[in-house]
Design a protein around this ligand. Structure first.
Ligand SMILES: [Zn+2]
Length: 447
């Protein structure tokens, strides 16, 4: 399917599923979901096409729901899958990830992003907040555009005079801000609003105060989101304290970066005051349970964050710290991980499904457009086969999605009312070519 045929929006009808709306009433309906001109126009019961230009996808036996939203991924890192195992964060960054990102050229960045987008779409993730690397952000945007995914992407900003940052990634403050401004001009709102830009200072340690302050000012002035990492690892937290004499979230606030437009990955090692500050500013936290476990970073106190009024979304982070981008794995882990400390009622199934959908949409600033199935919202819809032996009998669709379903159960996927996966086949990219290009590029980079 070309981008041209994707923009020709007739009607798309998911026929005959169990519909998890994630609407304010948490309604579960039976029947059809129909999209026209990119928007949801019908929910539940039988739908009669209103035009001769329509497409029906059989969704019998499926749970039809909003696509998963991942509010923290790095599609540029996918080629480093399996190349950085069993390390802690700062060593992982300095020894493998930064040198890897410095070695990326346009072809490798394209192969990495295409692989990520293909994996994400086939696994039911329809929208992402993606931190790129310092360069080749156009290639990442172009790959996301071709794949059909909804993506908010930002170039990683790294202007600190840190000798551990490879020369290929270190940039001047002005060059970093100029490149962000150019990318906003080119991509923010492109592809019918499917592509958007977010300022992505990597973390406070990779940036000068001057850059961070300017990002705070420009993000507000341009109405663009901020995407960063904070308080992921004890060593990082100690370095931030030694540089600023303050805790990480306090530093971000004083530099003008906290607000409803900010999404901060991890937030594991926080004081109660930092949690209160996040809530007061309306900032979003992205919880990445697989990555946090694998890098031995710790466990984000999601129940405490939610109780304090902080908005929490989910994300897979990157392939070299996960090692896949499977939204269903993150959903299940998030559902299970907090029961150990906070009891069995922590993050019950409907709540964790909400984090993986509507809360992710809110983290991207798109809760009015996606994240739930409601009339008038954009048609980001997935049909998850609930007839597999590992999901029957399906006592509750919430339970199935939170605890039993797998990404391989995803049967159909639409983004912006356009079908991108049909019967488990990606329609936008040729999977065999994506696999071959990624394998070849990774072999070249790591040889
Ligand atoms: Zn990350």
């Amino acid at each position: 399917m070309t981008s041209e045929t994707m923009s020709e929006r007739g009607e798309l009808i998911f026929r005959g599923g169990t519909i998890l709306t994630i609407d304010p009433g948490h309604r579960v309906l039976a029947g059809d979901v129909a999209c026209r001109d990119g928007r949801i126009v019908h929910l539940g019961g039988a739908y009669t096409p209103q035009t001769s230009d329509y497409q029906i996808v059989d969704s019998a036996g499926c749970i039809v729901m909003p696509g998963l939203v991942q509010a923290h991924v790095h599609t540029c890192q996918t080629l480093a899958r399996g190349r950085a195992d069993d390390m802690e964060l700062l060593d992982w960054l300095r020894e493998v990830i930064w040198p890897y990102e410095a070695s990326l050229d346009e072809a490798a960045a394209t192969a990495s992003a295409e692989l990520a987008c293909a994996e994400l779409l086939l696994g039911g993730t329809t929208a992402i907040l993606d931190m790129g690397t310092v360069h080749h952000t156009d290639a990442i945007f172009a790959a996301a555009e071709r794949s059909g995914i909804r993506a908010t992407i930002g170039k990683a900003m790294m202007d600190a005079a840190d000798p551990q940052i490879p020369p290929g990634l270190r940039e001047s403050t002005a060059a970093s801000l100029d490149e962000a401004a150019r990318l906003i001009q080119r991509w923010h709102g492109a592809a019918n609003g499917r592509l958007r830009y977010a300022y992505a200072p990597r973390f406070v340690l990779s940036c000068t105060d001057e850059l961070l302050r300017e990002v705070g000012v420009q993000a507000r002035a341009r109405g663009v989101r901020i995407h960063t990492h904070a308080s992921e690892n004890q060593g990082e937290v100690a370095l931030v304290r030694s540089r600023f004499g303050k805790d990480n979230i306090v530093v971000l606030d004083e530099l003008g970066l906290l607000g409803e437009h900010a999404c901060i990955a991890h937030c594991i090692h926080l004081s109660d005051d930092e949690r209160r500050l996040l809530a007061a500013r309306g900032a979003h936290v992205c919880h990445c349970p697989s990555s946090n476990l694998k890098l031995a970073s710790g466990i984000c106190r999601v129940p405490e964050l939610l109780a304090a009024g902080v908005a929490v979304a989910l994300g897979a982070d990157g392939a070299p710290c996960n090692n896949n981008l499977d939204g269903f794995v993150e959903l299940r882990l998030a559902g299970l991980l907090h029961k150990h400390r906070s009891g069995p009622r922590a993050l019950p199934a409907p709540e964790v499904v909400r984090l993986a959908t509507l809360a992710g949409a809110a983290a991207l600033g798109l809760a009015d457009r996606i994240g739930s199935l409601e009339l008038g919202k954009r048609g980001d819809v997935i049909a998850v086969d609930a007839t597999a032996l590992h999901t029957v009998p399906t006592g509750s669709p919430w339970s199935a999605i939170a605890y039993a379903s797998q990404s391989s159960d995803v049967r159909h996927v639409a983004v912006d009312g356009a079908l991108v996966v049909r019967d488990r086949t990606l329609l936008t990219l040729e999977v065999s070519q994506v696999r071959a290009r990624a394998t070849h590029a990774a072999a070249r980079l790591f040889s």
